[in-house]
Ligand binder design. Structure first.
Ligand SMILES: [Zn+2]
Ligand SMILES: [Zn+2]
Length: 466
C-alpha cells in the first residue's frame, strides 16, 4: 500500500544511519540507535528528487507545490467529498513543465537543506501580490491563516485553469472517492444555468502541503530535465536571474524536537504520523505547533466494557460563529431541524462541534463529524488513560477547526436559504479539547460503547496513508 505515498530518505541526526520516512510521518525513528525525534518546519516541508553525476554549477532545481488532503465542496444538494492529490509548478513561468507527473512516486525524495549544492528557482507563486489579494479575501485573518492551504490551493486552482488538464490524481485504493476532473470554472464560480453544480463553499482539510524540487541542468545555454535528459527551455542567464534565489533562507532546515515528556521526562508515545503525542507515565497529551511540545487539554471517556477497547480521539470545539446564531444546543436543534422539542434548558446548554482527530477518507470524515456534532455526547473531565490502547491523533487541531464550516453545511436543513449565505458565515473555535472515546473492537468494525457510531477498521488503517 505504501507505493501510494511518497517516501523520504533521511540520515539519522544521531548516528547517520539511513531512515525511510513516509510523506505524512512526523516522527523519525532510527532502528539502529533507537533515536526518536519529532519533525517540524516553520512553513512547509521541502523535498528534492535526488540526482547524481551532475556538476553542481550546472544544477538548477524547479519547485512544485504538492497538495494532498480531503477536499469538500458545498453544492446545492450535497456536500461533495473529494480526495485531492495534486502537484503544480510553483514558478510563474509558462515554459517550465506544469506538473511533476508521476515521477516522485517511483523514487525516494530527500529533505532540501540550505547547504545543498545547486541553484534554486523561487517558488514565486506565493508572492506578496497574491498574499495581498488573499488578505482582502480573508478579512481579519491571522498571518498563519493566510499562509495556509486556502492560498496555495487557490494558486494551484488558478494554475489549473490557466494550463488545462495538468492535474495528476493519486492512485488511491479508495478509487470510488477519486474525482476524475476535480473542479471546473463553473464549480468554482457558480452558474445560474446549472445551480446544482454551484459551489457555495470549498475547503481542503487535513492536507499535506510541501514543495518538491525537481532537478535540471544547464548545458550550452539550454535547461534540461535531469531525468529524461530532454531540453526544457533555452536558458538565458539574465532572464532567469530574477527567478533564482541566491540566498536560501535558514528556515529551509527541518527541525528535530526531542520526544521526551516535558513534564516527567518519560518517552512520549505516538504513531509515526501522529500530530499529538501522549505520555502514559504522567497521563498528559502534547502537540508541537512550533518547535516545542505544548500541553493539549484532553479528556478520556470512561470505559464501561469488559471487551477489548480502542480509544479514538476526537476534537471538541466551542464554536464562535458570525453570520449565523449557533451558541446553544437549542440553536443546533433549530438549524439542523432535529426531531426534538426545544426545552428552555437547551437555550443555555453549550453546543460543540466535533471532528475526528484522525485521518480517514473524506466521506467517512464528514459522516463522523456530522454524527458526533448532532449527538453532542456529554464529556466528563477525566485525564487518565488507565492503560487502554489509544489510536494516535493524526489530524491537527487547526484542521479540525477548519472542518466546522463543512460540518455546519452538513447539518443545516434549510440549504436553499442558508447555502448562499455560507460565504459570509465565519466559524472559529473559542476552546478546543481532545476527547478520547472508547470503541469496542470487533472483527471488521470499531463500535462506540454508548453512541450509535461504527467505524470500519479498514478505513481507519487506510487513513494512515492520507
Ligand atoms: Zn540513529
Ligand atoms: Zn509525562
Amino acid at each position: 500500500m505504501n507505493e501510494y505515498n511518497w517516501k523520504i530518505e533521511h540520515q539519522c541526526p544521531q548516528c547517520g544511519a539511513p531512515v525511510i520516512l513516509d510523506e505524512a510521518d512526523r516522527l523519525l525513528f532510527c532502528p539502529f540507535c533507537r533515536t526518536r525525534l519529532y519533525l517540524t518546519t516553520p512553513d512547509h516541508f521541502r523535498y528534492h528528487i535526488p540526482i547524481a553525476a551532475i556538476n553542481s554549477a550546472d544544477l538548477v532545481y524547479i519547485p512544485y507545490w504538492r497538495l494532498k488532503g480531503n477536499g469538500f465542496l458545498v453544492q446545492a444538494r450535497e456536500v461533495a467529498p473529494r480526495f485531492i492529490d495534486i502537484n503544480s509548478l510553483a514558478v510563474d513561468n509558462k515554459k517550465l513543465p506544469a506538473s511533476l507527473g508521476l515521477r516522485p512516486q517511483v523514487m525516494n525524495l530527500k529533505f532540501t537543506s540550505p547547504d545543498m549544492p545547486g541553484r534554486f528557482l523561487q517558488a514565486n507563486m506565493s508572492s506578496a501580490g497574491i498574499m495581498k489579494n488573499m488578505d482582502k479575501m480573508i478579512d481579519a485573518a491571522s498571518p498563519e491563516k493566510i499562509m495556509k492551504t486556502d492560498m496555495v490551493f487557490t494558486e494551484i486552482m488558478k494554475n489549473i485553469e490557466k494550463a488545462g488538464p495538468i492535474v495528476t490524481l493519486g492512485r488511491s485504493l479508495m478509487a470510488d472517492l477519486l474525482v476524475a476532473g476535480l473542479m471546473s470554472d463553473k464549480d468554482i464560480m457558480g452558474d445560474a444555468a446549472m445551480p446544482e453544480s454551484a459551489v457555495f463553499y470549498h475547503t481542503v482539510i487535513g492536507e499535506v502541503i510541501s514543495l518538491i524540487y525537481s532537478p535540471g541542468y544547464i548545458e550550452k545555454d539550454i535547461l534540461y530535465d535531469a531525468f529524461t535528459r530532454k531540453p526544457i527551455l533555452p536558458w538565458r542567464e539574465e532572464e532567469m536571474q530574477i527567478l533564482l534565489s541566491d540566498a536560501k533562507p535558514p528556515n529551509w532546515q527541518i527541525r528535530f524536537v526531542s520526544t521526551l515528556c516535558p513534564r516527567c521526562g518519560w518517552d512520549l508515545e505516538g504513531e509515526k504520523n501522529a500530530v499529538v503525542m501522549t505520555c502514559r507515565n504522567c497521563d498528559s497529551v502534547w502537540n508541537c505547533p512550533k518547535d516545542t511540545f505544548e500541553p493539549v487539554p484532553f479528556s478520556v471517556m470512561p470505559n464501561t466494557s469488559k471487551d477489548a477497547v480502542m480509544y479514538l480521539p476526537f476534537w471538541r470545539m466551542t464554536p464562535r460563529c458570525e453570520g449565523i446564531t449557533l451558541s446553544s444546543y437549542a440553536d443546533l436543534i433549530r438549524a439542523a431541524n432535529l426531531p426534538k422539542a426545544v426545552q428552555p434548558a437547551y437555550e443555555t446548554q453549550p453546543v460543540y462541534f466535533w471532528s475526528p482527530a484522525f485521518k480517514v477518507n473524506p466521506a467517512l470524515f464528514i459522516r463522523l463529524a456530522r454524527q458526533m456534532t448532532l449527538l453532542q455526547p456529554p464529556v466528563e473531565l477525566n485525564e487518565s488513560f488507565g492503560g487502554a490502547s489509544v489510536h494516535s491523533a493524526t489530524l491537527p487541531m487547526t484542521e479540525a477547526v477548519e472542518s466546522m464550516m463543512i460540518t455546519l453545511a452538513c447539518v443545516i436543513t434549510d440549504k436553499r436559504r442558508m447555502y448562499p449565505k455560507l460565504a459570509n458565515i465565519k466559524a472559529t473555535a473559542d476552546d478546543v479539547m481532545l476527547v478520547y472515546h472508547p470503541f469496542r473492537i470487533t472483527l471488521r468494525e470499531l463500535i462506540h460503547l454508548s453512541a450509535p457510531l461504527a467505524i470500519d477498521r479498514q478505513a481507519l488503517n487506510l487513513g494512515v496513508h492520507l
